[in-house]
Design a protein around this ligand. Sequence first.
Ligand code: ADP
Ligand code: MG
Ligand code: MG
Length: 301
Amino acid sequence: MAVLNIENLQAEVAEDGGETILRGVDLEVGSNDIHALMGPNGSGKSTLAKVIAGHPAYEVTGGSVTLELDGDEFDEDISEDLREWDLLDLEPNERAALGIFLAFQYPAEIEGVTMVNFLRTALNAKLEEREELFEGDEEEEDDEEEAGYETSPMEGPADEGEVGVAEFQEILQEKMEILDMDEEFASRYLNAGFSGGEKKQNEVLQAAILEPEIAVLDEIDSGLDIDKLEDVSKGINALRDEQGTGVLQITHYQRILDHVEPDYVHVMLDGKIEKSGGAELAEQLEDKGYDWVREEVYETA
Ligand code: ADP
Ligand code: MG
Ligand code: MG
């Protein structure tokens, strides 16, 4: 279990005289919850996603982003003093290791790397980073613990040793079954000839393999036909239902929310979350657009 807590977050483009984009964002996303973040183009949704992940194009000028890991069946091995993390102090790969997922953009095609190898490398990188972050915790226990991780990547900070090829194959198979994905998919070369929909499915598969606490999915619904939208949605629901991942689903359109029902809906306008509600808010937005929210904001300003 984890809670991502964003308070009064302000950020600008990291260059001299860079434009201010986030103007005091407040948002709390916990494991097991699905949040939809909506808003017109240019309101700052993608910037928020990237700032959470630690993208170097933006400079944080105020506020805080913390991740609290509270003990549960997976995390009981994390001691009290390692449960509260200031993400703004951490590198992107450290944030990822703690359980923040934002699909990364890799080069369109990397020669000769299969999906399965790419995913195994990503998982091992995460586990290694995680081990470093939790080192203090590990030391006392090292003697008693069995080496290697056997069934789930999140059963405690990883011990020495990587996830081997055979072990990874099992994990992959299990995840692909949960996501209802074709096994053949994983043996393909990275992105080579992937359709738009397959790239999005890939993103969900990455999240399933890495088992993040919180997954930020930025416009994963864009450009999908109805069949692929249903497949991808099934995958997103599985992330929450099967592994307790909290989801921050960024979308411009209400359409995907028919398949992935949000517990909370937020509207971002000009770099701030101006309105939050339940699933019904998304329907209001579908009917009435964003202008009425803007009017409400000006009335009370
Ligand atoms: P959204 O995802 O809601 O459409 P973005 O976060 O992509 O919005 O962008 C918000 C605003 O910030 C836009 O006006 C965009 O042009 C600007 N912006 C975002 N990133 C950069 C950047 N790296 N350099 C300059 N302007 C940027
Ligand atoms: Mg965007
Ligand atoms: Mg754990």
